[in-house]
Design a protein around this ligand. Structure first.
Ligand SMILES: C[S@@+](CC[C@H](N)C(=O)[O-])C[C@H]1O[C@@H](n2cnc3c(N)ncnc32)[C@H](O)[C@@H]1O
Length: 418
């Protein structure tokens, strides 16, 4: 079997990250307790090393959408109500870097992570590695080496369309998703992902008893999709668009999660970006472990999960700290009648906000509100607060990653029922 050699190729297991619990978010629509759903901030190699004792051989599905080796820097769009056709007017924040000294450098980054994915997967588990023409052929050789060439289940091609400045080649409009199983007995729920037959196929079978050489498929049940998938990219007018760069469509993750995991399973994404995998996993009744190295990604994913009503924890690798700013005086929250309310000045800046309390340095969020992505109307002004014995606290999250926190004073922090 051919193998790939490059400097720095080693199955590197770094010292495990020390994880610090930063927030517990108690969403309304939660199926599982918050500690079952984890959003982790840090470098995924050290994070995976830290997760090894708890999850080695236990993850049912890993979806990985790493940087593609494009040698570009990606920015997040954080404006609201902007004209998408006028890029010079957009408000931008740091997204993530996909810059490398060389292909060797990139593969030396990818390889130890692929080795850990393999270790973390359960015997019935599946990896979906999402790349494009830049690096997919190299990754395929690496995965054949790590999983064994027989473990390649599918090379899925995700096709889409969109504008392109290319004039001397065909427009590059597909990504490659390499699907590898850990063992022979991998989960695959064919019936969960069936799609309708093409109307022409249905018409052909109805027109002639000889179609399909007499073998008539169950036309009502639909078919298992081919290994090429069309889903539109998340474009500027799509409701799910967060502004985080290279965000993947929820429909794509839905198919992957439905096919290769069961309700209650743990689904992981260690390059989670805006949190697409986490949001879809929560909606489909799966647990999730999702990680990203950038604060902007964790912030975006947190807001998305808040909108979805999920219960989850946010943890940060040691050395990374969330430092909310104090509330400006004009934003002072008011508390009355089992509610905490924000003035319009604060709401105008809020993409989302939360009421809760702080315990041992951890923000416990008991109620959340967020505006829909890109909406110009602010989120609701009041949130319930019923834990009368505790002093309450408020967190406010802006789209650009900024965060503010207000702590009610110990005395007067409790709300009296009338
Ligand atoms: C292609 S984007 C993922 C987009 C995501 N699938 C979505 O739908 O929003 C790749 C992500 O990998 C993250 N990343 C890059 N290197 C990382 C590392 N060493 N550890 C954790 N995350 C990393 C980047 O910050 C970026 O958010």
């Amino acid at each position: 079997m051919p193998t790939l050699h490059f400097p720095g190729k080693r199955p590197h297991l770094p010292p495990p990250a020390t994880l610090r619990l930063e927030s517990v978010v108690l969403g309304d629509d939660a199926t599982y307790p918050p500690e079952d759903n984890r959003l982790l901030w840090g470098d995924n190699l050290a994070l995976m090393a830290a997760l090894m004792p708890q999850y080695e051989g236990r993850l049912s599905l890993i979806y990985a959408d790493p940087p593609f080796f494009t040698n570009r820097r990606y920015r997040a769009r954080v404006g609201r109500g902007e004209d998408s056709r006028q890029p010079h007017t957009w408000r931008l924040a740091e997204g993530y870097a996909d810059r490398w000294a060389s292909l060797d450098d990139y593969l030396a980054f990818l390889y130890p992570r692929l080795v850990l994915f393999h270790r973390l997967l359960a015997p019935h588990g599946t990896l979906y590695l999402h790349l494009d023409w830049h690096a997919a052929p190299y990754a395929r050789v690496l995965l054949d080496e790590i999983f064994g060439p027989r473990r390649l289940v599918n090379e899925i091609v995700w096709v889409y369309h969109g504008p392109s400045p290319i004039r001397r080649a065909f427009n590059r409009k597909h990504d490659t998703i390499l699907m590898y199983a850990k063992g022979d007995d991998y989960t695959f729920h064919a019936d969960a992902v069936r799609v309708p037959y093409n109307p022409n196929t249905v018409a052909t079978f109805k027109a002639s008893p000889k179609a399909g050489f007499g073998k008539v498929p169950d036309l009502k049940r639909g078919k298992v999709p081919e290994d090429w998938w069309y889903f539109p990219v998340v474009a500027r007018l799509h409701r799910e668009r967060t502004g985080y760069p290279t965000q993947k469509p929820e429909a794509l993750l839905e198919r992957i999660i439905l096919a290769s995991s069961s309700p209650g399973d743990v689904v992981a994404d260690f390059f989670c970006g805006s949190g697409t995998t986490a949001v879809v996993a929560a909606r489909l009744g799966r647990r999730f472990v999702c990680a990203d190295a950038t604060q902007q990604a964790i912030h975006t994913a947190r807001l998305r999960l808040m909108r979805a009503g999920a219960a989850f924890t946010v943890e940060a690798a040691e050395g990374l700290t969330v430092s909310p700013q104090p509330f400006p005086p004009a934003w002072q929250p008011r508390a009355a009648q089992e509610q905490v309310c924000l003035p319009p000045e604060a709401l105008a800046r809020a993409e989302g906000w939360e009421v809760g309390f702080v315990e041992n340095g951890v923000f416990v969020s008991t109620a959340q509100a967020a505006r829909p992505p890109r909406a110009t109307t602010p989120p609701p002004a009041c949130l319930p607060w019923k834990r009368h014995s505790r002093p309450w606290a408020v967190r406010l999250l802006a789209l650009d990653g900024e965060m503010w926190q207000f702590q009610a004073p110990l005395e007067g922090g409790s709300i009296h029922k009338r």
